[in-house]
Design a protein around this ligand. Sequence first.
Ligand SMILES: [Zn+2]
Ligand SMILES: [Zn+2]
Length: 240
Amino acid sequence: MTYNKFIRGVKVTEDLLRELSDDGRTHVLHLKDHQGKQYLAHFETRQGDIIVVPEAKFLEHRCPHCGGRIRITSKGYWCEHAMGKHPSCKFHCNGILSHRFIMPAEVEAWLSGHPTILDGCYNSLGKIFSAILTEDKQHGMSLTSVIGRCPLCGGQVMVSPVAFNCCQRDGELEPYHLSLWRHVKGHAVTLDELNELLADGITSHEVILNDENGTLSKAFLRLSDDKKRIIPAYAPVTVN
Ligand SMILES: [Zn+2]
Ligand SMILES: [Zn+2]
């Protein structure tokens, strides 16, 4: 059978028809719209007809509210049910927050429940700050620098470009209660590790640390007794 037809500038060849009958869809094709602009799409068969399905990119994780797919657009990340004329969901994350481009992997990390620290954000005064993603009921996703609770006073711990700080001081000229460098022997402390340190004083997983002469070691991380530093807790050597 010959199928002498073009769809949006693409000839429907026998090879394409074979793909349709074998897989229900074709590979990605370069089609042309009415103005001649090229776009990416594939053909599918639906009730015997060939239909054009434009390509789109989605995040791996789904919408936390409705389970819809989250589409990557030029403006950011939109639940597929938050798009179109009659959206039934509101979930979205703008692609730029506080002058900071939000990478797909960073939205994925938040959706997985393990947010990463975003450095290089700028506030309206042009001051650089670090933050994590957080959901805000009115505007969708936004940024917050508050990442935990201080084990000494229960106050808020904030992330800065270099440290995790409790914002409370014992007196005006006193240092912060808690000021922990974000890097320990070449290891960038993750938010999950910090939360374990604040709650339990020690991490549950070992990390690889780098010494001054470049040798690598494995250690848990713990808070120092004065709670001023994050230090390695080397696992005891067991001798049989
Ligand atoms: Zn949704
Ligand atoms: Zn404190």
